[in-house]
Design a protein around this ligand. Structure first.
Ligand code: EPZ
Length: 420
């Protein structure tokens, strides 16, 4: 298995181009099931999760041709198989995003229940309840969601008692082809949800209210959509991760090809720690700070502080003066990176869902193990400031969500190499 070797204590410099957003590309690729012809996707991140989802669509009978690493054409008209098998879902739980579109277009599908993962049980009960509300018959057997809606789905009023990103996306895609009006109360408001709705609206679906507390969708009653070109928005979490690389090494770097508005809560927290920024239309420059102050944060749904940046800020907290407090409110087990950061010398205590991080700690190189996508980027950040050569194992987690990470870090002046 590949591993990364990072020699710490280099200052970073220069700029990094941010790739397309994984969590926008995944639902939009699933939405290709709703389209009547070829869709050309551009600015797609060249990462494992995207390749896995495209592979699943091809297994179902779709056609895909890659133009280059970041452009692909997908056509779903020849899908004949609507069973998404466990072996693929266990590799990528976001395959649950096929439930809504397959059901809406074909009136039936079997999607394996995604297992839990390192950060929590990750149930999909809210997805299932919503599909049932829209008229689907669902029974769970042998680990599969067996769903049928022989006369298609019908619009309904879906009230999410808990905000769910992919749950909202499944309902939006199902509602797009349903018969009648769907209202979603308490939807997720992430920029990735907004892009999905904009693409559907630009291609004939009446949708209003996305990004607010209520979305209304008038379905086309199984009239397929005329989607042809989609350009993926930049990845705000990748951008935030590189800003943390600049912050933890107290360097001056620029992240390019971003939408600064999507990073407001991240920039706000880095400002509290003491950093200043030059923010332009599509780039953010972070400037070194004379002191890194400890901070407090609680994760919450967008536009609050993103849970996907929690691990990265925990690594940063080891270099902040004083005791920082981090509360994880979305997932019940998103602290697997604590043990690994402690191996590097971090002083962290965990009580329930609240972690206390003592800074400033001089980190020392060690062998550490990535446990999930964002935890692995936190270990890289810690490796940037650890004395000696840190070795990060199981970096397939990283390759799921960060395109060309070692090349991008090398270009910023990091002493990093990938070993077989
Ligand atoms: C999406 O996961 C993201 N993945 C995650 O990013 C992100 O961490 C998460 O949203 C929160 O922002 C994609 O977009 C592909 P949720 P999702 O449904 O949709 C509970 C990454 O690093 N819940 O918003 O699976 C759930 O257990 C990944 O790119 C239910 O109880 O998250 C959690 O506690 C990691 N029942 C909370 O809601 C359900 O049916 C939020 O989960 C669904 C969710």
């Amino acid at each position: 298995m590949d591993y990364l070797v990072i020699k710490g204590n280099n200052k970073l410099k220069g700029s990094v181009k941010i790739s397309g957003a994984k969590n926008s590309a995944l639902p939009l690729i699933a939405a290709s099931i709703l389209a009547k012809k070829d869709i050309k996707f551009i600015n797609i991140p060249n990462i494992t999760d995207i390749r896995t989802l495209i592979k699943i669509l091809v297994m179902l009978g779709a056609y895909s041709s890659e133009i280059n690493g970041n452009e692909v054409v997908i056509n779903t008209n020849n899908i004949t198989n609507v069973k998404v098998i466990y072996d693929m879902v266990r590799k990528m739980r976001a395959s649950i995003l096929l439930l809504g579109p397959l059901l809406a277009r074909f009136g039936k599908c079997q999607v394996s229940l995604p297992g839990g993962c390192a950060i929590g049980a990750r149930p999909v009960d809210l997805h299932i309840k919503a599909m049932q509300k829209m008229g689907a018959k669902i029974d769970i057997k042998n680990g599969y969601i067996n769903a049928t809606a022989t006369n298609g789905l019908r619009g309904a009023h879906i009230v999410f008692d808990k905000i769910t990103v992919t749950g909202t996306e499944n309902v939006i895609m199902a509602a797009a082809l349903a018969k009648g009006k769907t209202i979603i109360t308490n939807p997720a408001k992430e920029p990735e949800i907004v892009q999905l709705c904009e693409v559907l609206r630009q291609n004939g679906v009446e949708i209003v209210g996305y990004g607010s507390d209520e979305i209304t969708i008038i379905g086309t009653d199984r009239e397929l959509l005329d989607i042809s070109n989609v350009s993926i928005i930049p990845d705000r979490i990748e951008a935030g991760t590189y800003l943390c690389a600049g912050a933890i090494t107290n360097s001056n770097i620029i992240v390019k090809g971003v939408i600064p508005k999507h990073l407001e809560s991240i920039i706000n927290k880095l400002s509290e720690i003491g950093f200043n920024f030059n923010i332009n239309k599509d780039s953010i420059e972070i400037l070194p700070s004379k002191e890194l102050k400890s901070f407090e944060l609680s994760t919450s749904e967008y536009p609050g502080f993103p849970t996907d940046m929690q691990a990265q800020f925990m690594a940063l907290a080891t270099q902040c003066n004083g005791v920082s407090i981090i509360e994880e409110k979305l997932f019940e087990n998103r602290f697997m990176h604590i043990n690994e950061l402690q191996r590097l010398g971090a002083s962290i205590s965990l009580l329930g869902s609240i972690a206390k991080i003592n800074g400033i700690t001089k980190l020392k190189a060690a062998d550490v193990m990535a446990t999930d996508l964002r935890a692995s980027s936190a270990l890289i950040l810690a490796g940037l400031v650890a004395d000696g050569e840190s070795v990060i194992h199981r970096i397939y987690h990283l390759d799921r969500g960060y395109e060309n990470i070692e090349q991008k870090l090398l270009n910023l002046g990091v002493n990093i190499r990938r070993e077989k």
